[in-house]
Design a protein around this ligand. Sequence first.
Ligand SMILES: [Zn+2]
Length: 170
Amino acid sequence: MMDRRLLITSTAGLFGIAALRWLWPSQADAASEKTENFAVKKSDAEWKAQLTPEQFNVLRKEGTERPYSSPLNKEHRKGVFACAGCDLPLFASETKFESGTGWPSFYRPLENAVGTTTDRTFGMARTEVHCSRCGGHLGHVFEDGPKPTGLRYCMNGLSLAFKPSANSAS
Ligand SMILES: [Zn+2]
């Protein structure tokens, strides 16, 4: 008896979710549960005042920049790539590699620098990557990267601000 009622309840729940996604696919997708409590919190108006419209679209609306559009693709100096929203250091230049995708790519973030959620837009499950301090969207991580991690952090250059090391020779 219990089992049957549970089954009906959960089936109804599934239909409800399916209907919601059908009616409002973009909102449902956008709600990719970023449940962390971010240390840096700002309203859209505050972010808009601070960021360029292109940065706002990527960092706060999970947009994607055009491939090969970021000058950071060709950034090969020693230094750190920080969050363009809150300045938190995210990636060391030593972990950057040429992925051929047209987006700045790294095989490992700095410790505790990023968080992830599951992104189901475009009918596939991808792992979304965001700044752990302000929640700003950075890009996605894929499992086809180089050694030693085998991961490819595919980042939007617009989400990043490069800080060359003080003693960087080139
Ligand atoms: Zn940030």
